[in-house]
Write a protein of this length. Structure first.
Length: 184
């Protein structure tokens, strides 16, 4: 493990020991490459990337909470918003409902996933939410594996964020769905 990888782990370990709810920050060295690439993307690429990631987490939560529909509703209404079929207020309500679910459940991993989905959906509004998904999902991974056993899973997933973003950068034009006028 290189020095930068050790630094992220030390930072997260400290937050874990302090029982912080969020274990990663936008400044985390794991996000250095991702942050750079995000700055050079158009909004459509960012939305495709974020909603693709959110879909993965929605599926995880659906397995655990089959009668809970708020994460799926947030994702679906956000897709309609990105397509220009509904207004932001409708999607925003569903996104806030997904965040509210986090307050009603007790499993830290799942709480973080609810927030990750909400952050990913927020990318339609502003790219400023783009690192929110990795921040919360990596927190969920640490919660799942524990601080002693999370390194490989966290570093692998951080690499996948970059790979997925590069994929959407190269395949964004192949998306045949509609786009809202504000997403240029």
């Amino acid at each position: 493990m290189g020095p930068s990888n050790m630094e992220w782990f030390e930072e997260v370990s400290l937050k874990y020991k302090r029982k912080n709810q969020i274990l990663f920050s936008k400044e985390c060295e794991l996000f250095q490459d991702l942050s750079y690439i995000i700055k050079h993307q158009n909004r459509r690429t960012m939305v495709l990337w974020a909603l693709n990631l959110a879909e993965e987490s929605v599926c995880v939560l659906e397995e655990k909470y089959p009668n809970e529909h708020r994460p799926r509703t947030a994702l679906e209404l956000t897709r309609f918003w990105a397509a220009g079929e509904i207004k932001m207020t409708q999607a925003k309500r569903a996104i806030l409902d997904c965040h509210a679910m986090a307050k009603e459940i007790t499993i830290p991993e799942d709480i973080a996933l609810c927030h990750a989905i909400g952050q990913a959906c927020g990318v339609v509004h502003t790219v400023g939410h783009a690192l929110g998904y990795p921040i919360y999902e990596l927190t969920a991974i640490v919660r799942r594996y524990g601080i002693e056993n999370c390194r490989v899973a966290v570093e692998t997933r951080a690499y996948e964020y970059v790979e997925k973003l590069l994929y959407w950068e190269n395949h964004q034009t192949e998306y045949d769905g509609k786009w809202a006028a504000f997403l240029k």
